[in-house]
Design a protein around this ligand. Structure first.
Ligand code: 5AD
Ligand code: SF4
Length: 475
């Protein structure tokens, strides 16, 4: 569960709150589940609420509004929302004025179940209609009835990415920017095409403008987001075969003074070309880190998943990256226990982890999602304990590899953008290096937002510790 920091505005700007703004004095308890895009969508809504005078609370019983941004990718994520809604119902029974809202993928996917099972929910906003939250809450507080917006085509007044309040964000120096929403693929296990619909790209100039506004407000690093970012812009230029428009976006963003680092995800192995890798490698501000989900290291499983590549083709894509992007690191997603996965097929995933040498791997137990192709055609036949065991095993292989690779970095120097005080040790600061590795080193809060050169002294599988040898702005 990700819950954005209380008080979303990093630089509280008194001019944002119009005097007598509708939400003035109201408190919102906000919880965000799921992917980075959800983190950003939550931020967009919190920005709107901030503009309307709402403040955050992390105590549900103090809240005037409980708003949950939901995820449908695995059943477990949905279960957590149902249980949170149960808690909210109890609180609402003592505070009948409280408003409860559900937004995002689950609101889109199971709106009917929410409406019937959770009559205490006042607001249901799907993946396209969520930017009306502030206005809808106003109507609800004025006595209006339940609002449900799950239309795929958003009300033009409330486009998902319009008019972003750049000052309202949890991190002063880093920001996410959504470049496209939806996905045109049909991976058999995946609910995303169902909840988020077909790919819709945002115009290049609109994105550059958003990046400029973020940079003017102090952002040094942006991460562009899209479910299948390789095809960014394809829907804007349907006449072209393969546009590589994502490369143009990266190249043009790199021209923005004050922006130091550019990242992007998710790069699937399909829709990728060697020429795109070459262009990524030619832009120094583009950081050498690619998230390329493999999902499986077995050709037969990949076929059942309809991933449209083989293990050999996956290797080829990683080969292009390593050829054209100096010091590139690759991170990966795997699903274990997919329909019919045998021990031998699972061994293929372990082998791929060893052969590629990922920097990090995220492993998920297959979760059957209603209305996906696999739910209709393929049995969910790998027992839960086998899924669990494979999950642990694959992570163990990955940890061993990451540990060995990170130990190899001891004594070398990396550059980090300092994010702030480490969550686990108040005498240290935390930052990420070019390849998105998590690095801790002694420091203090005032260093946040500056680059530092760190010599690595200790390595773990998931993070490293070093000493600062240079700090930007000091001699
Ligand atoms: N079950 C388990 N994991 C899934 N993912 C997507 N759909 C499912 C599912 N039904 C994983 C994939 C994807 C990541 C975001 O979530 O690995 O890359
Ligand atoms: Fe889902 Fe496949 Fe699209 Fe990724 S590429 S969002 S896994 S359908």
């Amino acid at each position: 569960m990700t819950s954005l920091p209380k008080g979303s505005a990093v630089h509280p700007d008194p001019t944002i709150h119009a005097p007598g703004a509708e939400g003035e004095g109201r408190k919102v308890y906000f919880v965000s589940f799921g992917c980075q895009m959800n983190v950003l969508d939550s931020e967009l809504v919190l920005g709107d609420l901030d503009r309307n005078g709402y403040s955050r609370t992390d105590v549900m019983k103090d809240a005037d509004v409980v708003l949950i941004n939901t995820c449908s990718i695995r059943e477990h994520a949905e279960d957590k929302v149902w249980s949170l809604l149960g808690r909210a119902r109890q609180v609402k029974s003592t505070r009948p004025d409280m408003k409860i809202g559900v937004m995002g993928c689950m609101a889109q996917r199971v709106k009917d179940a929410i409406i019937h099972r959770a009559p205490h929910v006042d607001l249901v906003l799907g993946t396209s209609g969520f930017r009306s939250a502030a206005r809808d809450l106003e109507d609800l507080f004025a006595g209006g009835g339940r609002v449900v917006r799950v239309d795929r085509r958003p009300d033009p007044e409330f486009l998902p990415d319009a008019d972003r309040e750049v000052t309202a964000r949890p991190d002063a120096f880093r920001a996410y920017v959504t470049v496209m929403r939806g996905c045109n693929h049909d991976c058999t296990y995946c609910i995303v095409p169902h909840t988020r619909g077909k790919e819709v790209s945002r115009p290049l100039e609109e994105l550059l403008d958003e990046v400029r506004r973020l940079v003017d407000d102090g952002v040094r690093e942006v991460t562009f987001l899209g479910q299948n970012i390789n095809t960014y812009g394809k829907d804007l230029h349907p006449q072209r075969k393969h546009t590589g428009e994502i490369c143009t976006l990266l190249e043009r963003s790199a021209e923005i003074d004050g922006l130091d680092r550019i990242r992007f995800l998710t790069s699937n192995p399909f829709d990728m070309t060697e020429d795109m890798m070459r262009r990524f490698g030619q832009v120094p501000k583009v950081m050498p880190w690619l998230h390329i989900p493999a999902q499986s290291g077995s050709d037969s499983v990949l076929r059942r998943m309809r991933r449209h590549y083989t293990v050999a083709q996956y290797h080829e894509v990683v080969g292009w990256a390593r050829k054209h992007i100096p010091r590139v690191e690759i991170t990966c997603d795997f699903i274990v226990g997919f329909s019919g996965e045998t021990d031998e097929e699972f061994e293929g995933s372990k082998q791929l982890v060893r052969d590629i040498g990922f920097m990090q791997t995220y492993v998920f137990k297959y979760s059957l999602r209603p209305n996906t192709i696999s739910a209709r055609q393929l049995p969910d036949d790998v027992p839960e304990d086998v899924k669990r065991r494979r999950n642990i095993e694959l992570l163990a292989v990955q940890d061993e590899i990451a540990m060995a690779r990170n130990e190899g970095l001891i004594g070398t120097q990396v550059e980090i953008l300092i994010e702030g005080i480490s969550k686990s040790d108040a005498t240290r600061v935390t930052g990420r290096d070019h390849s998105n590795r998590l690095i801790h080193c002694p420091g203090e809060a005032s260093m946040a937002g500056r680059m530092a050169t760190v010599e690595i002294e200790e390595a773990g599988a998931h993070s490293m510790i070093g000493r600062m040898v240079a700090l930007e702005g000091t001699h």
